[in-house]
Design a protein around this ligand. Structure first.
Ligand code: SF4
Length: 411
């Protein structure tokens, strides 16, 4: 049994690196006799509502787990070094790191030790010590353990800033295959409870001044990408449903890193699908801010994102009859659908139009990426892309040029 808190920290910070349900960035620069040391795991970053970057101590409370999820390094059947913090140790470490200015908050996740209630109780106790005994008012994000007593989840929510329940896989079939001890129902229950608690808090705070806050930074979740055969369509469908049903702040996607062997798993030589993860984040952005819905982005005849072009561009290629869009007339929602026009430039166009018509020369200054947008817009009725443009022609113009290597004349 490991007793030393720093030895536990090494194991439990490393074990936490697979959880991306708080915005995180891993770094593995070694200290080669110079100043500073960014260890492979341990500190991650999240963003506050006002856009500030907050550094968090990111650890597991324990990596002893009674579950046996196929994809997970901490599953009960793996022979890995195990450790478990006490709530007192996590609270002390957080305070010490905070005082040394290493961190501004805590991201506490956990495997399921003994049973959900035992683990959730330890998480609650950690937060209680931090908030009530140490007076810590920094940011805290904690993992909710599905199956734990709703009262425990509620009390924890009154002390945390953000909570997350990791759905892990996008479909019931995949959960059955790789995590048979979990079920969609069991995962949805705490999500629903947290959502209801947040709504209730917002309603009641109008009448009660001293009402304890409840998960003020909202809830999030993570999905593993590439461990199963689920398509991008099924992933973004689930994502959309989660946003609509539980008002989630974020759905994080985590490219599957093969750590275990198994007949149901990709081979250990499989590269994490990072580009696919990136495309899903782009699609997620379109769902949340660009008024797209999942069905518009993909359909059963084309269930996965194009790796060459981003999802908005791919949508535009499939909907060429919608274009060109007149910059001086189109509504905000339509401007948002033009490749090369973002939210800021769409807002600027609307504002500028109220003063005077926008000229073609002005478009660059507004922040539109003309290289892409020119094929999809007219400005004062004039089209500036090539007249015979079709999706294939535009793709050819926009596709990244192949990199040619200069051959050595001596080889
Ligand atoms: S419950 Fe969590 S920690 Fe335990 S095996 Fe499953 S994914 Fe891993």
């Amino acid at each position: 049994m490991i007793e030393n808190a720093l030895d536990k920290l090494k194991i439990l910070a490393d074990a936490a690196k697979y959880d991306v349900s708080c915005a995180s960035s891993g770094a593995d620069k070694k200290n080669n006799g110079k100043i500073g040391n960014s260890i492979a795991a341990g500190i991650c970053h999240a963003w506050s509502t006002d856009g500030r970057c907050i550094s968090l101590l990111k650890i597991l409370l324990t990596n002893y787990c009674v579950y046996d999820c196929s994809y997970c390094i901490n599953r009960v059947s793996n022979d890995v070094q195990r450790a478990s913090f006490t709530p007192e140790e996590v609270a002390d470490l957080t305070i010490q790191f905070y005082r040394r200015n290493y961190i501004e908050g805590l991201f506490l996740s956990s495997a399921i030790e003994k049973n959900p209630n035992h683990t959730m109780e330890k998480i609650y106790r950690t937060l209680y010590l931090l908030r009530e005994e140490h007076g810590f008012s920094g940011y805290i994000h904690v993992k909710t353990i599905p199956g734990a007593d709703p009262m425990l989840i509620h009390k924890t929510g009154q002390l945390a800033d953000r909570m997350s329940v990791n759905i892990e896989l996008p479909s019931t079939k995949s959960l059955k295959l790789l995590a048979p001890q979990k079920s969609v129902k069991k995962l949805m229950e705490p999500m629903e409870q947290i959502n209801n608690g947040i709504i209730q808090y917002k309603e009641e705070k109008r009448h009660f001044i001293h009402l304890p806050k409840f998960v003020p930074a909202g809830q999030s979740t993570q999905m593993i990408i590439g461990a199963t055969k689920d398509t991008d369509l099924s992933i973004i469908h689930t994502t959309e449903k989660l946003y609509n049903s539980f008002n989630l702040k974020r759905v994080y996607f985590s490219a599957y890193v093969p750590v275990n062997t198994g007949s149901n798993l990709p081979s250990l030589a499989t590269e994490p699908p990072l580009k696919r993860e990136h495309r899903l984040y782009q699609a997620d952005w379109l769902l949340r801010f660009y008024h797209f819905n999942a069905e518009e982005l993909l359909d059963p005849s084309q269930p996965n994102f194009d790796m060459e072009f981003d999802p908005k561009m791919t949508w535009a290629f499939r909907n060429m009859e919608t274009f060109p869009v007149e910059i001086n007339k189109a509504p905000y929602e339509m401007l948002l659908r033009v490749p090369g026009i973002g939210m800021t430039s769409a807002r600027r166009i609307i504002r500028q139009r109220q003063i005077a018509n926008i000229s073609y020369d002005h478009l660059n200054k507004i922040g539109i990426v003309m290289k892409r947008a020119k094929f999809f817009i007219t400005c004062n009725g004039k089209f500036h892309g090539q007249l015979d443009m079709n999706p294939e022609g535009i793709k050819e113009k926009l596709a990244p040029k192949p990199k040619f290597e200069q051959l050595s004349i001596f080889s």
